[in-house]
Design a protein around this ligand. Structure first.
Ligand code: GYE
Length: 310
């Protein structure tokens, strides 16, 4: 990017570029940070951004993409709410010669000519990191010391890439330890309210829960509310592992209510605009761009919390 510090247009070559962005929704802290990053970078880079919020509904995203095709934008970017069912609308974009960039979530399609590149995290790896922490801390996580580490899982949105992959990565790693058992698994739709409701039901039907594995911070935070309402201490009586590392999650981690968080970086705006400019200029871009991420323990969260921007 240019070194201009006035935040105005012109420094970065995005002038005149029009991008249609079809966002998933506003379901989580991660999503809000992602939207802010995309909006702010577009403004800074002089990209004319058309933005829509699909409220977690695929049909709304398809409508938004169709309207961007009609408006003849230079490039379409979107974060597919679920993995399947995109071929028809992506064919339409291809026929109109409008390049499509996937951000954050992937599509499941046999035809990879339907998008130019996919920018986002490796969700399987995130699930593996969550699982590895549990394998490494299995004895401690067996809170009732009965030899079984009973896990309940709060899944993300059914059919979404991060829900499918975070489940898979976690299972792949934890299956190596016979003591670890996933005794219940249900979707909380990536929302705080969803996590709370599902956790309330889990607590009613199981009295031997040792660990909650939530596919994002928000559902973990909802689970904390349910656990406290049931008179138990989150992080102590029931261990909690989540993914994202947004500020509210990191706060709970530093307070000892969550035990481990796998980071998922929502600040995709700068990389997305860079890719968009190249794609529109006809330059080659890699088919897959993976974002870099880390993990946080309670002590690490205490150290970085004050500087956490989102
Ligand atoms: O982890 C969750 C959000 O797709 C990576 O979506 C994203 C996920 C994120 O709702 O909080």
């Amino acid at each position: 990017c240019g070194s201009s510090s006035d935040g105005g247009n012109g420094g970065s070559g995005g002038d005149g570029l029009t991008m249609g962005f079809a966002q998933v929704g506003a379901e989580s802290g991660w999503r809000s940070a992602n939207t802010t990053s995309i909006r702010e970078t577009a403004k800074k880079d002089g990209v004319d951004l058309k933005f829509s919020d699909a409220q977690q509904k695929q049909e709304n995203q398809i409508k938004a993409i169709r309207s961007y095709i009609q408006q003849k934008v230079d490039v379409i970017a979107f974060s597919p709410v679920v993995e399947t069912g995109w071929d028809a609308v992506l064919q339409e974009a291809k026929r109109a010669k409008i390049p499509v960039i996937l951000t954050d979530r992937a599509v499941d399609s046999d035809d990879d000519s339907l998008y130019v590149t996919f920018l986002g995290s490796d969700f399987v790896e995130e699930g593996e990191k969550a699982g590895q922490w549990l394998v490494d801390n299995a004895q401690d996580a067996d809170v009732d010391k009965n030899g079984d580490v009973n896990v309940v899982e709060l899944q993300g949105t059914t059919g979404a890439a991060p829900a499918i992959d975070r489940k898979k990565g976690f299972e792949d790693v934890t299956s190596s330890d016979d003591a670890i058992k996933i005794i219940a698994s249900q979707t909380g739709d990536f929302t705080r309210d969803g996590g709370k409701k599902v956790m309330e039901a889990f607590l009613q039907s199981h009295d031997d829960i040792d660990v909650v594995y939530a596919h994002n911070d928000d559902m973990g935070l909802g689970a904390i509310e349910a656990i406290e309402a049931a008179g138990k201490k989150p992080g102590t009586d029931i261990k909690i592992i989540t993914v994202d590392a947004v500020k509210d999650g990191m706060t709970a981690l530093s307070e000892g209510k969550i035990n481990f968080i796998v980071e998922c970086n929502p600040l995709l705006g700068p990389q997305l605009m860079e890719l968009a400019k190249k794609v529109v200029a006809g330059e080659d871009v890699p088919k897959r761009v993976v974002t870099e991420e880390t993990t946080f323990t309670q002590d690490q969260a205490k150290q970085v919390l004050a500087d956490r921007q989102y």
